[in-house]
Design a protein around this ligand. Sequence first.
Ligand SMILES: NC(=O)c1ccc[n+]([C@@H]2O[C@H](COP(=O)([O-])OP(=O)(O)OC[C@H]3O[C@@H](n4cnc5c(N)ncnc54)[C@H](OP(=O)(O)O)[C@@H]3O)[C@@H](O)[C@H]2O)c1
Length: 333
Amino acid sequence: MARPNRQVLLREIPTGKLEQSHFDVRDGECGDPGDGEVLVKTRLLSIDAANRAWMQGATYRSALSGGDVMAGGGLAEVIESRADTLAPGDIVNAETGWQEYAVVPARQATKIDVKGALTNYLSVLGVTGLTAYLGLTEIGQPKPGETLLVSAAAGATGNVAGQVGRLLGCRVVGVVGSDDKGRILTERLGFDAYVNYKGGNLHKDLKAACPDGIDVFFDNTGGDILGAALFRMNQHGRIVCCGVVSQYDTSNPEPGPRGVPGLLITKRIRMEGFIVFDLFNRRDEALERLSGWVDRGDLVVLEDVFEGLDSAPHALVDLLAGGNVGKRMVRVS
Ligand SMILES: NC(=O)c1ccc[n+]([C@@H]2O[C@H](COP(=O)([O-])OP(=O)(O)OC[C@H]3O[C@@H](n4cnc5c(N)ncnc54)[C@H](OP(=O)(O)O)[C@@H]3O)[C@@H](O)[C@H]2O)c1
């Protein structure tokens, strides 16, 4: 039985900045699940900077094409199951695409034992929190007393990475695109300082905010911020390459900064990328620590929720322009 299904399609792959006109919202249909599949109803869609990177390809997943249902996922409720492992009413994390209903293979839907707010399973207890915790601890290896710099620090991943660094005893500095965001970091999240990269004095401001240099840089942006941070890195510093959001919203990404590889050599810096799924052998440990910090009130949960599937294109375009504070998501149902 085909059921009515509200969907957001990617009309065409953008060649410059992403705009809402690159999407179409339509009333489509959803079919029935086959053997080993489940029919799910989307509850919360995760809106991620990486959604934009996927459109250009050359990421860890295949590129999108014009006319596709926009790729993405989030939390969904099982409505009908043709698999032993899942039952109606279960909440799962799944790649639903930007649509109201989806049929997905049961083995690609991870059941979630929800305790507390559902939204937390997209933010601090979801891929976002895991990326921050696992990337920082595994690749950055921060030690108490060290200086940790985080870029896109008021964003979903960045705010958790900074707070985890604080809880592990680091002095934490965030790089953000406005003073309002900076004040959220220092007044609400316990960051020690912030730098507004749009202030016009990035090198000077970074030097003032990091007088003892930078030991660990959790980098979500690449671009000019990475270029400036490289010059402030201490000997044997670690750069955690988490993402390159400064280069996603274009088809002409800039070449890497001029300090690579020269400064890596002279300062014995380790610069290493990661994909969070590769570190999932430590997933249980990460979730236990993150939920413990949240329960004790040591880690502030920052979430930014849009209402209704039709708002998803605006939610992504606005996120790329820096409109979000914390983890952005869309409540679909
Ligand atoms: N490696 C992994 O496994 C993994 C997993 C998840 C996410 N990530 C990466 O983590 C990074 C953050 O993603 P997120 O989903 O958490 O997004 P987010 O940080 O919540 O949102 C993106 C933020 O990036 C900032 N930004 C946008 N354009 C920028 C520019 N040109 N220069 C500097 N900052 C800019 C904006 O904040 P401002 O107002 O401060 O500019 C915006 O709020 C992304 O690079 C993503 O690809 C990696």
